[in-house]
Ligand binder design. Structure first.
Ligand SMILES: [Zn+2]
Length: 173
């Protein structure tokens, strides 16, 4: 993940107090994660770091647009996302993720890599169900694709396990 090096905050040389960092998660960011549900995007990640004498406090503000696959018609569409999160960093003998909100860093560390957190926060910002927004009261889904899927679902109903995967397989065949 060499391309993700830029999502790092070197905190060692910082004075105690507030510092502000800004990162951008773009297409090449998402390409680094094989299992990313976001295929493309442009997301601004603001991080306010408060350096205390014995720990760090990071406030994330995530704001941008991402392209995801519609659950209904399986075509990509772009949606806006907003998310806020807080991460506390304390220091110990070894680096260890204690919980979603607490990271223990080895006390030999001079920087913290944030790409995994940024990735997770962006995914947390996604709604559980992702469906094309309506346009003037009508579905925004690709109607041709919907028709194909419906035909296919009717044929495949009996052996369906995960309907989304079955639909996809049908399209690839
Ligand atoms: Zn759709």
């Amino acid at each position: 993940m060499g391309g993700l090096r830029q999502y790092t905050i070197p905190f060692m040389g910082l004075n105690e107090g507030r510092h502000y960092f800004e990162f951008v998660a773009n297409d090449s960011f998402f390409e680094q994660f094989d299992s990313s549900e976001v295929k493309r995007g442009l997301v601004k990640v603001g991080v306010e770091l408060i350096k205390h004498s014995t720990f760090l406090e990071l406030h994330f503000e995530i704001n941008g647009r991402v392209t995801v696959i519609c659950d209904r018609c399986l075509e990509p569409f772009t949606m806006g996302i907003v998310h806020e999160a807080v991460l506390y960093i304390r220091f110990g003998e070894t680096t260890e993720e204690q919980s979603e909100e607490l990271l223990i860093l080895s006390d030999k560390s001079s920087e913290v890599r944030l790409e995994q957190y940024i990735y997770e926060y962006i995914h947390l910002a996604l709604p559980y169900q992702r469906i094309h927004p309506e346009i003037d009261g009508h579905t925004g889904c690709n109607s041709e694709m919907m028709k194909k899927l419906e035909d296919h679902t009717a044929q495949e109903e009996s052996k369906s396990t995960d309907p989304r995967w079955d639909k996809l397989k049908g399209l690839i065949d």
